[in-house]
Ligand binder design. Structure first.
Ligand SMILES: Cc1cc2nc3c(=O)[nH]c(=O)nc-3n(C[C@H](O)[C@H](O)[C@H](O)COP(=O)(O)O)c2cc1C
Length: 161
């Protein structure tokens, strides 16, 4: 599968606060390539999450989430949101330009080729991953003309012209 060139996305969601009067909830992000379009009518997408990963645990509780399709200049974003064993993502969003999605409350990256906000339709276990199928609730194109970040044979790549 390393020979299948893939686009790279950042999946994001807002972790609700533990109590209503507790500290604000945290924003969480995860770099993913196992993301695809499933259906046009209704508009459905799918992301495959490693079982037990922070995003898998979060989306078991949080039905709304978002996807930012990364542009070639966002390689550092992909790197920081794929680090293993990190405890908190709070600081990772601090120096990034982003806005909060109106429908999902999840971070949407400025400079992404496209952003989607989704609501989970269903989840199913598949081996050591969870397939999460989401209905697209909103879509936007922050950057009209950009090139994608891609991943191929274990490395980030750029499309040549
Ligand atoms: C290029 C790239 C693509 C990835 N794609 C996925 C993916 O599709 N699904 C997934 O669960 N993890 C994927 N990962 C791994 C997660 O980004 C990584 O496991 C996660 O951010 C670390 O958090 P965790 O400790 O909770 O797993 C990918 C990593 C990289 C570098």
């Amino acid at each position: 599968m390393s020979r299948l060139a893939a686009g790279v996305v950042l999946v994001t969601a807002h972790e609700p606060p533990l109590t209503e009067d507790g500290p604000r909830g945290e924003d969480v992000g995860m770099t993913a390539t196992a993301f695809m379009s499933v259906s046009l009518d209704p508009p459905l997408v799918l992301v495959s999450l490693r079982e037990g990963s922070r995003m898998d645990d979060l989306l078991a509780e949080q039905p709304v989430w978002a996807v930012s399709v990364l542009a070639e200049g966002q390689r550092q974003v992909a790197g920081r949101f794929s680090m293993k064993g990190r405890i908190s993502d709070r600081l990772l969003f601090d120096d990034l330009p982003w806005s909060r999605g109106e429908v999902s409350g999840a971070p949407l990256l400025d400079g992404a080729l496209a952003t989607l906000e989704c609501r989970t339709e269903f989840r199913t276990e598949a081996g050591d991953h969870t397939l999460v199928v989401g209905r697209v609730l909103s879509a936007s194109v922050p950057v009209s003309d950009g090139r994608p970040l891609t991943y191929f044979k274990g490395g980030y790549r750029h499309l040549s012209a």
